[in-house]
Ligand binder design. Structure first.
Ligand code: AMP
Ligand code: MG
Length: 487
C-alpha cells in the first residue's frame, strides 16, 4: 500500500508534445470536501482506502494541490457529434493530470473532470456540477461491477463554488481512471487536419502502449483496428444484454480501448423498451437503446476513415464486417446465460426476440424479470412471472418453448440453476431514480445515500441484507425522469 505522495508517474501522453495537448493548471474549487471514493479504484493505484479521508486527498482532486511529477494537460481531439463532424473539440473541462503505474505494472491515466477552462472550452465554463459528477462516478463503478468494460472513478469532490446551469448548482470534480483517454476523435482530428506525421505518432503510441500484441502481426495497424472492432462489438453486446443506454455515442466519446466512456444522460432500462431514448436532446432517437448496435458500427466506420492513411480501404471494410457477427455472438451468448442455458441451439435467437417483444408490450422490468426467472425452477418461475404480462396467452406460449428448451439443456438441480443464473443476472442496477435520490440528498449536504448506493452497486449479483429498497421497480415519480443534459 502506498501513501498519496508515493504514486509513481510516467506521463507518456504528455511526452508526445504540444501538438497533442496543452499544459493547463487545474482551477481550484472552494471548500473542497469528499463526497464519495471507491476503495476498488483506490486499490488500482495501490492506495490504502484510508487516504480518501485525509484533507490532502480532497485538495489533490479539487485542484488545490498537485504532485510535482504530475503534468496536467488538456488533450485536443475532434469527432462526429450526432452524425456531423465537429472539427475542434478537446478537453474543455477535464485535464489529464498524468499517468501513474501501480505495483502490477499497469498504467492508469488520472483525469480530473470539472477542472476549469482550457483552450478547448469553447462556450463552456470548464466546470462540472455535483449531480453529473455523482452520476459519472456511480455509473463507472456500477458498470465495472457488472463486468461491462468501463472507465473507472476514484472519487467525487464537492465544493461551494457556484456553477450556473438551468439554475445555480455547485461545482464538483470527478477523478476518472482509464488505461488511456484516447478517443476515436483523436485519430479523426489528425486525419482531418492532415497532420500526417502526428497521426502516425499517435498510431504508434496506441499500438505500442495498448495493443503491443498486434506488433507481432504482419499488418500491425490492421490487427489493432480489428481488435478495436472486436472490443466494441463485445462492449455494446454487454450494454444491450444488461439494458444500458449510453445516450451520447459521438465519436469523441468512444474510447480507443473499447471501454464505456464519457457518461452523460445515460440510463439503465427499468421497463424493457427497445426504442428508449435517454438523451432528451436526441430528438431523432439516433442514440436510442436499439440503435446503439448500428451506431457502434457507424462509429467504427468513422474511425476506419481516419485510418485510411495506414490501412487499405478493402482491409478496413473486411475488418468492419466482423462487427455485426461478433456482436450477435456475444449478445446471444450472454442472453442464453441470462436465461440459464448452458448449450446453444439455432432457435435461441428467436426465443430471446419473442421474450423481448412480450416484455416490450407489457412494460416488464428488464432487470427483475431475469433475476426472478433464476429464483426457482423454470416451471415455477414462469408460473409466477406470467402475471406481469398483459398478453398472458403470448407469454404462456413463450413459457412452453422455454420450459422445453430448459429440459433439453441438461440435468441440473434447482440450486445449480439459481447460482448460475444469479451470477449473471444482477439484483441491483443503477436506476435513474436511485441516482436521483442520492443526488438530492448530496445536494442538501448529506453524502450517505451516494455512498450506500455505491456500496450496493459494487456487488450487484449478491443479495445484500437490508437493501431491498434498491431492488425495486421505480415509483411513479421515478419512471420517466428527465435527466438534464447539461452537466
Ligand atoms: P460531452 O458532450 O460532455 O462529451 O462534451 C462535448 C465537448 O464539450 C467536449 O469537448 C467537452 O470538453 C466540452 N464541454 C462540455 N461541457 C463543458 C463545459 N462545462 N465547459 C467546457 N467544455 C465543456
Ligand atoms: Mg465527451
Amino acid at each position: 500500500m502506498k501513501a498519496l505522495d508515493e504514486l509513481t508517474f510516467d506521463n507518456r501522453f504528455a511526452r508526445l508534445g504540444d501538438a497533442f495537448s496543452t499544459h493547463v493548471l487545474p482551477e481550484p474549487l472552494d471548500e473542497p470536501r469528499l463526497v464519495v471514493a471507491s476503495d476498488a479504484a483506490l486499490a488500482l493505484l495501490d492506495l490504502d482506502p484510508a487516504v480518501a479521508q485525509t484533507p490532502v486527498f480532497a485538495e489533490l482532486f479539487s485542484g488545490h494541490k498537485l504532485w510535482e511529477e504530475a503534468e496536467p494537460r488538456a488533450m485536443v481531439y475532434s469527432g462526429h457529434q450526432f452524425g456531423g463532424y465537429s472539427p475542434q473539440l478537446g478537453d474543455g473541462r477535464g485535464l489529464l493530470l498524468g499517468e501513474v503505474y501501480n505495483a502490477a505494472g499497469e498504467h492508469w491515466d488520472l483525469h480530473l473532470k470539472g477542472a476549469g477552462m482550457t483552450p478547448y472550452s469553447r462556450m463552456g465554463d470548464g466546470r462540472a456540477v455535483l449531480r453529473s459528477s455523482i452520476r459519472e462516478f456511480l455509473a463507472s463503478e456500477a458498470l465495472h461491477a457488472l463486468g461491462i468494460p468501463s472507465s473507472r472513478a476514484l472519487c467525487v469532490i464537492g465544493s461551494s463554488t457556484p456553477v450556473w446551469r438551468e439554475k445555480q448548482e455547485r461545482g464538483a470534480m470527478v477523478l476518472r481512471l482509464a488505461p488511456s483517454h484516447i478517443r476515436f476523435g483523436h485519430f479523426e482530428y489528425f486525419y482531418y487536419t492532415k497532420k500526417t506525421e502526428q497521426q502516425a505518432q499517435l498510431a504508434e503510441h496506441v499500438l505500442n502502449l495498448h495493443y503491443p500484441e498486434c506488433r507481432e502481426q504482419p499488418e500491425p495497424y490492421l490487427a489493432m483496428f480489428r481488435e478495436i472492432v472486436e472490443r466494441n462489438a463485445e462492449m455494446i453486446a454487454k450494454w444491450q444484454a444488461y439494458g444500458f443506454c449510453h445516450g451520447v455515442m459521438n465519436t469523441d466519446n468512444m474510447s480507443i480501448l473499447g471501454i464505456t466512456f464519457d457518461f452523460g444522460p445515460f440510463a439503465f432500462l427499468d421497463d424493457f423498451d427497445a426504442h428508449f431514448i435517454c438523451n432528451h436532446s436526441d430528438h431523432e432517437g439516433r442514440y436510442s437503446f436499439s440503435n446503439q448496435v448500428p451506431i457502434g458500427q457507424w462509429n467504427l466506420s468513422a474511425l476506419a476513415q481516419a485510418l485510411t492513411p495506414f490501412i487499405s480501404v478493402d482491409a478496413l471494410k473486411e475488418a468492419l464486417g466482423l462487427y455485426l457477427p461478433l456482436y450477435q455472438a456475444h449478445y446471444l451468448d450472454l442472453m442464453r446465460r441470462r436465461l440459464g442455458l448452458t448449450t446453444a441451439e439455432d432457435e435461441d435467437q428467436k426465443l430471446v426476440e419473442r421474450l423481448l417483444a412480450l416484455m416490450q408490450n407489457s412494460g416488464v422490468d428488464y432487470t427483475l424479470f431475469f433475476r426472478r426467472l433464476g429464483d426457482e425452477s423454470a416451471t415455477l418461475a414462469v408460473a409466477r412471472l406470467r402475471d406481469d404480462f398483459v398478453d398472458m396467452a403470448g407469454f404462456d406460449a413463450w413459457a412452453d418453448l422455454y420450459k422445453a428448451r430448459v429440459a433439453r439443456d441438461g440435468e441440473y438441480s434447482e440450486e445449480q440453476r439459481r447460482v448460475r443464473m444469479h451470477a449473471v443476472n444482477p439484483l441491483y442496477i443503477l436506476r435513474n431514480y436511485l441516482a436521483q435520490n442520492a443526488i438530492a440528498a448530496a445536494e442538501a449536504g448529506d453524502y450517505s445515500e451516494v455512498r450506500r448506493l455505491h456500496e450496493v452497486l459494487t456487488k450487484p449479483f449478491e443479495e445484500q441484507a437490508g437493501m431491498e429498497q434498491y431492488a425495486q421497480r421505480p415509483p411513479d415519480w421515478g419512471k420517466h425522469l428527465e435527466i438534464s443534459c447539461s452537466s
